[in-house]
Design a binder for this molecule. Structure first.
Ligand code: PFF
Length: 437
């Protein structure tokens, strides 16, 4: 690739931007309710095993490919074999599906950053959330603001936009999350939540919970849509290894999931609110808690700001995959690529946002547009992308062409994961996603 290709300004910048992609709503919104629904500690155990094996090897494989080819996923897979270029196009398609609905939730969070100050005790937060999410104009305004902010950061480019934002946001997020966790752990009965989170209940360990944990790893670590190929393609050619750059992705992803669990569960247990609230857990259950503790609104504000930062660094990476594709393949300027793709997402996202209100009657197989997009992305597109990546790298290219570890034993484990374990696990997730299993 040409020398004109932009690059990251520092090693820390790549590390935090890549970790920022992984750490997001998946850790702080999806992980707590999935853990609650799948039996607590035993789910956590499977999640950890899958993250360290399948998740880690896929992140390293994607990043190594990007660092080698230094172009977008289409060229990267095309370098392995011209017949595989379509996988790169699939990555862009996946971002067209995920970014709009992810940004709708991002807009909700932005709204709650302000709303938390207007909450009063005794309020029916179920109704508050319902009224807000089913309205037309208000959620659309927040969605528009959220998407515009994402697009602006990506427009400023790799070093001045994504890297600078991630370098501020990621440390801030960790500090705020630790402060919040300490506060919550001081509540009465908080320990019950900790016990629920960590104590493995092996009677709940079914095939289904194991597959849910694997699915959570894919979504949470952002593998299967070329994000680390894209980010890796902006790494300057020097002596730095894949391992040195990408280890924080897994470590921070797991750490933030643990911190989120140690914040949400103790809070939920100490207020005796239903643990199985599902996706609405943080929008309905947590505000109830924030209005009942001293300085609760301030802590609630902090919680939603953390969530907003985490979501933003993930949305940025989703947009960057498409922008890099449009710049590298369609030879567009960054500005044109950002504007065009954002307008496309704005259009799709508007329909997705309205699928809770005016368009709620429009369902396919009983699911509204939002649920359709989430299902398509998490259960079909990401696992398919991950599977094709494993086949391309493990079988067509050969893992020996991508040296990820200097240590022979670790490189052999990596090969085993990419060639056998990850593809087999993904096929199981896909079959389950399609209700065949
Ligand atoms: N990993 C992000 C999260 O945990 O919120 C979500 C995500 C981003 C999924 C990018 C997939 C993706 F390609």
């Amino acid at each position: 690739m040409s020398d004109k290709r932009p690059s990251w300004g520092s090693k820390l910048g790549v590390m935090l931007a890549a970790a920022g992609s992984a750490v997001g709503l998946g850790n702080m919104w999806r992980f707590p309710f999935s853990t609650a629904q799948n039996g607590g500690g035993s789910f956590l155990l499977i999640y950890l095993i899958c993250a360290f094996s399948i998740g880690l090897s896929l992140v390293f494989a994607e990043a190594a490919l990007g660092m080698k080819v230094r172009s977008d996923p289409t060229d990267a897979f095309g370098w392995i074999s011209p017949k595989l270029r379509f996988i790169g196009v699939l990555c862009v398609l996946t971002s067209i599906v995920i970014l709009p609905y992810y940004s709708v939730v991002g807009g909700w969070i932005l709204a709650y950053v302000f709303k938390v100050f207007t909450f009063s005790s005794g309020e029916d937060f179920n109704a508050v959330f319902n009224d807000f999410s089913t309205a037309t104009t208000e959620p659309l305004i927040y969605f528009l603001l959220y998407l515009t902010a994402t697009a602006t950061i990506v427009y400023f480019g790799i070093q001045n936009g994504i890297e600078k934002f991630s370098k501020v946001m990621m440390p801030l997020l960790l500090v705020l999350l630790v402060v919040l966790m300490v506060r919550v752990l001081m509540l009465d009965k908080a320990w019950d939540g900790v016990v629920f989170f960590f104590r493995p209940d092996f009677s709940k360990l079914t095939g289904e919970t194991m597959l849910n944990a694997m699915g959570q790893v894919f979504f949470s670590i952002s593998v299967g849509m070329g994000i680390y190929i894209t980010y890796g393609s902006y790494v300057k050619k020097d002596s730095v290894t894949v391992c040195q750059l990408m280890w924080p992705v897994i470590v921070l992803d797991i750490l933030v999931s643990l911190l989120a669990g140690l914040t949400v569960f103790p809070a939920v247990f100490s207020f005796d609110v239903p643990i199985n609230a599902g996706p609405s857990l943080i929008f309905i259950t947590l505000p109830q808690i924030f209005v009942s503790i001293p300085f609760g609104r301030f802590f609630g504000f902090m919680f939603f700001v953390i969530l907003l930062g985490a979501a933003a660094t993930s949305s940025i990476s989703l947009l960057e995959v498409a922008v890099t594709f449009m710049c590298d393949q369609l030879k567009m300027t960054r500005r044109a690529a950002v504007v065009r793709f954002s307008v496309l997402c704005l259009t799709i996202g508007t329909l997705v946002s309205m699928s809770f209100g005016r368009l709620s009657g429009f369902t396919v197989a009983g699911k509204n547009l939002f649920d359709q997009f989430d299902f398509l992305a998490s259960n079909i597109l990401l696992p398919t992308g991950g599977f094709l990546t494993c086949i391309a790298i493990g079988w067509v290219l050969g893992c020996d062409k991508l040296v990820v570890f200097q240590n022979k034993f670790l490189q052999r484990c990596f090969t085993l994961c990419i060639k056998w374990i990850a593809p087999a696990a993904i096929v199981l997730i896909l079959l389950k996603g399609l209700n065949i299993l």
